[in-house]
Design a binder for this molecule. Structure first.
Ligand SMILES: Nc1nc2c(c(=O)[nH]1)N[C@H]1C(S)=C(S)[C@@H](COP(=O)(O)O)O[C@H]1N2
Ligand SMILES: [Mo]
Length: 199
């Protein structure tokens, strides 16, 4: 049954497929709890914690530079998908509009519905990370986190929070939703950092 959709790569595709991952051409939906449904006009990304408080509306975000990038994504449930194309605001372009307290070292990413996930600033500020509103040239569907989700492709996909609503800058690392429930604090797929007892 799964064999119809998942195919084992003959090799690691030149190192693109992390250990233990299987390629899929589909795009599985993985959400804890219900899909959130709301209009782009209701998007608000609140910046708080160790930063000057600000709230970005949809119009604010569209007024920032828009970037389209293609990369591979890897889910902790063992699927990887190659060459996915996303459009949105690069995290670094948003950061240019923020005033962070120099004491900030981590960010807690918040979603509509209460999901959270933590990132170090080093992981959060990678140039390829996007606040994405478009997938393969189409508005991002609600199931996949539309109107707006974070995409952090170098870490397991649970770090890519759907229905982005807030960025809380912190003076230390703290676990988000899955990290409190046994997942690794960082989640590097090439290091197989799946669970909190993985090195
Ligand atoms: N808000 C929110 N974001 C989330 C999740 C979630 O449950 N809620 N699940 C995470 C997990 S575990 C994965 S693998 C990816 C799945 O994204 P997809 O459904 O677009 O494949 O979203 C991540 N972002
Ligand atoms: Mo996941």
């Amino acid at each position: 049954m799964l064999g119809k959709f998942f195919k084992k790569p003959a090799d690691s595709m030149g190192g693109r497929i992390p250990p233990g991952q299987t390629l899929t051409a589909r795009f599985p939906v993985l959400t804890y709890g219900p899909t959130q449904h709301y209009a782009p006009q209701d998007v608000q990304v609140r910046v708080f914690g160790l930063a000057r408080e600000q709230a970005f509306t949809w119009a604010d975000l569209l007024a920032l530079p828009q970037t389209t990038l293609t990369y591979d994504i890897h889910c902790v449930t063992h699927w990887s998908k190659l060459d996915t194309t996303w459009t949105g605001v690069r995290v670094v372009d948003l950061l240019a509009a923020l005033e962070l307290d120099p004491a900030a070292t981590h960010v807690m990413v918040h979603s509509v519905g209460g999901y959270t996930t933590n990132l170090s600033l080093e992981d959060f500020t990678r140039p390829e990370n996007l606040l994405a509103h478009t997938f393969e040239g189409q508005p991002l569907s609600a199931e996949h986190g539309g109107p707006l989700r974070l995409v952090v492709p170098h870490l397991y996909f649970w770090k890519s929070a759907k229905w982005l609503s807030g960025l809380e800058f912190l003076p230390a690392d703290a676990p988000g939703f899955w990290e409190k429930n046994g997942y690794h604090m960082r989640g590097d797929p090439f290091k197989k950092q799946r669970y909190d007892d993985d090195p």
